[in-house]
Design a protein around this ligand. Structure first.
Ligand SMILES: Nc1nc2c(ncn2[C@@H]2O[C@H](COP(=O)(O)OP(=O)(O)OP(=O)(O)O)[C@@H](O)[C@H]2O)c(=O)[nH]1
Length: 580
């Protein structure tokens, strides 16, 4: 029963066709017509003919009738963009009126419509027409046939263009975002993810015919393998990303080796198929690889879940969507499940969901890392604080070891060290230095009368006064009890000038110490008492240069001279080596 062009059903017209499978040599139109007359064609049955990889060429016949008095022009949309060869004949009143060849075997394939197939604009004269289509494809043979009005065809093309615009835009934006993240964060998962997305865009561009239409329209030999190679590369990029994201190297090195071998085997097999120029072998490799790839992604996700890595959960869900999508489309194109809009576009739906979930997985991973970074920073701060505290303690220990805790002046140990340096320096510079040994006079009665606290206050005050008498480069040390030692460096090369200088300082010290001391004491019964005390010092001075003595000698000589000052009635100065 011819199909009326006035009342065309929606969707693919495969159910209205008659079908003949070519055995052996290729037939011409006349032979096909004869076979149709002989009743050798059988009903097409399914709306979309789907025969899988490497099927035999087929003839399809569609009887049509234009019941109007005027010619009707329609759009005939047939095949998929990867169909190798389509020969279309329109016969009116037994006479061929149209003979049209296309398919991705031909350069500048006529009528190629990206994302749809091939679109032809036949005119149907009033009365009966017979449409004969010979289709030959090593790539999976999927053959929708639709007759559309100009308006419907335009709408279909627009819809397809917008959908792919969205898919390409979404994937490329995500890829660019992840590439940027990689350059910012130097995390290779982001880079591999960007590469994986780009490989997916390339794959989609290949099988929708965008590549063939825009990039290599004159190279059908490229088109012959482009989709199949893109399928394998896409799988390898997916595995690369998964291996990195799931850190297989660290957590499952054996699985990583297996994944690497699988990817290498896929690449080698497709390369060999191309070298042998076997499109059939390449198609079998690509489809088997794609199917195994989908399964491996899910297995990898399961493996990481088993190893209780939380980001593996996102990965698994994403991989399941990806697998359902890629698996459905692969099987539909391969001929395993019915080919329709849903199964055909399942890959794209699945991938948009997968990409979104992978992006979530990556941000989750990012959160995990920044969480650890915050912890590390906190630990670092704690550690820095502890190091600072330790340094402070060390400083305190050094202070205690080399300083007197009451007056904070250098103690005897540091004094000996400085004396050693001073002796060495005077030797080097040939200049004089002086050691002033000082003992407070009648200090004990102060302690006895007012207590040790007052004695301490006086010692501290005496230390301050001593420091005020000398230069910063000189040293004032507490030798012990009420004894202090002042060292004067660099008095010059002249002996008598050095003696004079040392005397001047000693006298200055004598005067400074002799000033009255006033303290206000707060007793435990909350009464306050003012204490005034006059104190003097006996001073022994040693002026030395070069190797006149060791530090111990110098101190001893200073002590002797001081003792002479005590003997001379206190509050006076005596020089070592000089008569009284
Ligand atoms: N308050 C206080 N007293 C101290 C400290 N170290 C030593 N003394 C006291 O200082 C006194 C030192 O006495 P001496 O130097 O022997 O005698 P002095 O009374 O000063 O008499 P001369 O030196 O002979 O004039 C002792 O009574 C010590 O107990 C200290 O750190 N604080």
């Amino acid at each position: 029963q011819p199909l009326s062009l006035n009342e065309l059903p929606a969707g693919s017209l495969g159910g209205w066709t008659d079908l003949y499978v070519e055995e052996g040599r290729a037939l011409g139109l006349a032979e096909a017509q004869a076979l149709l007359h002989e009743g050798k064609f059988h009903p097409g049955g399914q709306p979309i003919l789907s025969q899988g990889i490497g099927s035999k060429p087929r003839w399809l016949h569609l009887a049509l009738i234009n019941p109007t008095a005027a010619p009707i022009s329609l759009k005939l949309a047939v095949g998929t963009t990867w169909t190798d060869r389509i020969d279309t004949y329109l016969v009116h009143d037994g006479q061929p009126t149209l003979n049209w060849q296309t398919g991705d075997e031909l350069a500048q394939a006529p009528g190629l419509s990206q994302g749809i197939g091939y679109i032809l604009s036949p005119g149907f004269a009033p009365g009966r027409s017979d449409l004969f289509l010979r289709v030959d494809s090593t790539d999976p043979l999927i053959f929708p046939i639709e007759l559309l009005t100009d308006e419907q065809a335009r709408e279909l093309q627009q819809r397809v263009h917008y959908s792919y615009g969205f898919i390409f835009g979404f994937m490329m934006a995500l890829a660019a975002y992840n590439a940027t993240l990689f350059f910012g964060l130097r995390k290779r998962s982001h880079l591999y993810y960007a590469v994986y997305l780009v490989s997916l865009v390339v794959l989609i561009a290949c099988y929708t015919g965008h590549g063939f239409a825009w990039l290599w329209p004159d190279r059908p030999q490229v088109q012959r393998y482009a989709i199949l190679v893109a399928m394998v590369i896409y799988g390898c990029c997916g595995l690369l990303f998964a291996s990195r994201f799931l850190a297989l190297k660290e957590h499952a090195p054996r699985v990583l080796r297996f994944v690497q071998s699988f990817a290498a085997a896929g690449l080698a097999a497709i390369a060999i198929s191309i070298l042998l120029d076997s499109q059939l072998a390449a198609a079998l490799v690509a489809f088997n690889f794609a199917a195994l790839f989908s399964v491996s992604m899910v297995l990898l996700g399961l493996l990481t879940i088993r190893n209780s890595r939380p980001s593996g959960r996102y990965f698994l869900i994403a991989a399941i969507f990806g697998m359902l999508g890629a698996g459905s489309t692969t099987l539909a194109v391969w001929g395993g499940i019915p080919f329709n809009a849903v199964t055909y576009h399942a890959l794209e739906f699945g991938m948009v969901i997968e990409a979104t979930l992978f992006a979530l997985a990556l941000s989750y991973r990012f959160n995990e890392i920044s969480g650890s970074l915050v912890e590390i920073n906190a630990l670092n701060d704690q550690l820095s604080a502890e190091v600072a505290e330790r340094k402070k303690m060390e400083e305190q220990i050094r202070q205690l070891a080399f300083h007197d805790s009451l007056t904070e002046l250098p103690n005897r140990r540091l004094l000996l060290d400085r004396l050693e340096q001073a002796v060495a320096a005077s030797k080097r510079k040939k200049s004089y230095a002086a050691l002033i040994f000082l003992d407070l006079d009648n200090f004990k009665p102060l302690n006895d009368l007012h207590g040790h606290v007052v004695g301490d206050l006086l010692l501290m005050e005496a230390a301050t006064r001593l420091q005020a008498c000398v230069r910063e480069t000189d040293t004032v040390a507490r030798f012990g009890g009420d004894e202090f030692v002042v060292m004067l460096n660099d008095l010059g090369e002249d002996q008598s000038a050095s003696f004079a200088l040392a005397r001047t300082v000693a006298e200055k010290i004598l005067a400074a110490i002799a000033g009255p001391y006033r303290f206000t004491l707060a007793h435990s019964d909350e009464t306050v008492a003012d204490v005034e005390h006059n104190c003097t010092a006996s001073i022994g001075v040693v002026v030395f240069t070069d190797h006149q003595g060791s530090p111990d000698d110098l101190i001893k000589w200073g002590d002797d001279a001081m003792y002479r000052a005590k003997m001379a009635g206190r509050n006076t100065i005596r020089f070592f080596g000089q008569p009284d």
